[in-house]
Design a protein around this ligand. Structure first.
Ligand code: FAD
Length: 291
């Protein structure tokens, strides 16, 4: 049986719950992923997603991980797919393969520039923007339900929040059914982002993406990579925790819990959790995610 389109799940009365995995590199990573999937299965997540490595480097591993999560755990799985490094013909073939595997949802992304490059330059015959990929996938397999990325704190390369939302509108106009956001720690930026989207005529659901903090190093690298701001009260709590890793992790879960409760009270359509293939925070937050 093919998967249900995620767009249909948004019409339910309860908030949607989803988790993001990355494709493991080796057997130990696969074991960890399977252990996490087994722990999360009783929660019956609405869907899980699997990232596509920078520059298409995980093409086969992403496909294998998606198949494993679908076949062995019964999840509705949304593979991610990026434009980087692929010709349109390759992307069309990948769309056919994904569709033939029973998947009906894809997260359509441009992808980041390859390591060592700061700006994204498409290959001469490649696609320049995620909106081009949305259009290609929709033309090739019209019944695919497509998610796209949104940036509450603006994509780092966008000249302004308004320009970024205008580009998001292009993705929706090309056929995207919902938006999943980049991680954020300050709910006010999500609420303002949704307002900007609505003002720009974007009416599809905007699913907030959250990541419970795991370590100080991780905070710094994400803040630098995604331009995500750490609110002062969160910074103060982290400073008080010092170098104690367990205390940092507990603060991460508590902060995410407060975010989730506020988001759901204010009508967010669900919560997408970036879990980095670990179950602990997801299990701790599952009840709050259920609303
Ligand atoms: C939920 C989520 C999941 C992700 N998963 C992955 C993953 O699995 N693998 C991976 O490699 N990366 C992933 N990323 C990161 C993503 O690939 C990068 O943020 C990338 O830099 C932009 O991808 P995009 O799809 O948002 O691109 P786009 O929507 O193409 O936007 C990229 C930039 O171009 C601008 N832009 C868009 N269209 C136009 C236009 N027509 N004219 C001018 N400017 C335009 C935008 O404003 C933005 O600044 C994910 C990000 C998010 C938020």
């Amino acid at each position: 049986m093919p998967d249900r389109p995620i767009s249909e799940l948004f019409s339910r009365l309860r908030p949607l719950r989803s988790f993001e995995f990355f494709p493991p590199k080796d057997d130990a990573g696969t074991e960890m992923l399977c252990a996490t999937a087994a722990m999360l299965r009783p929660l019956a997540p609405d869907f899980v997603s699997v990232t596509y490595g920078a520059g298409g480097t995980t093409r086969d591993r992403t496909a294998r991980t998606c198949e494993l999560l679908r076949r062995d755990f019964g999840f509705t799985v949304m593979p991610h797919l990026t434009c980087v490094g692929h010709t349109p013909a390759e992307l069309a073939e990948l769309a056919d393969r994904i569709h033939a595997g029973g998947f009906r949802n894809i997260m359509a992304l441009r992808g980041d520039p390859p390591r060592g490059q700061t700006t994204y330059v498409p290959r001469p015959d490649g696609l320049g923007h995620a909106s081009d990929l949305v259009a290609l996938l929709k033309a090739r397999q019209p019944d695919l339900c497509l998610g796209v990325a949104g940036y509450p704190e603006k994509h780092p390369a966008a000249p302004s929040p308004e320009a970024d939302v205008a580009n998001l509108r292009r993705k929706v106009d090309a056929g995207a059914a919902f938006v999943t956001t980049q991680l954020f720690f300050d709910n006010a930026v999500y609420h303002r982002f949704v307002e900007r989207c609505r003002a720009a005529g974007i009416t599809v659901p905007v699913l907030p993406g959250l990541m419970p903090l795991l370590s100080r190093r991780q905070i710094q690298s994400f803040a630098a990579m995604c331009g995500t701001a750490l609110p002062a009260p969160l910074q103060a709590r982290l400073e008080a925790a010092g170098e104690d890793p367990e205390a940092v992790e507990a603060i991460g879960v508590d902060w995410a819990r407060e975010q989730i409760r506020d988001l759901i009270v204010h009508g967010a359509p669900g919560i997408h959790l970036y879990i980095l293939n670990r179950s602990k925070a997801a299990l701790a937050l599952a009840d709050d995610m259920a609303g």
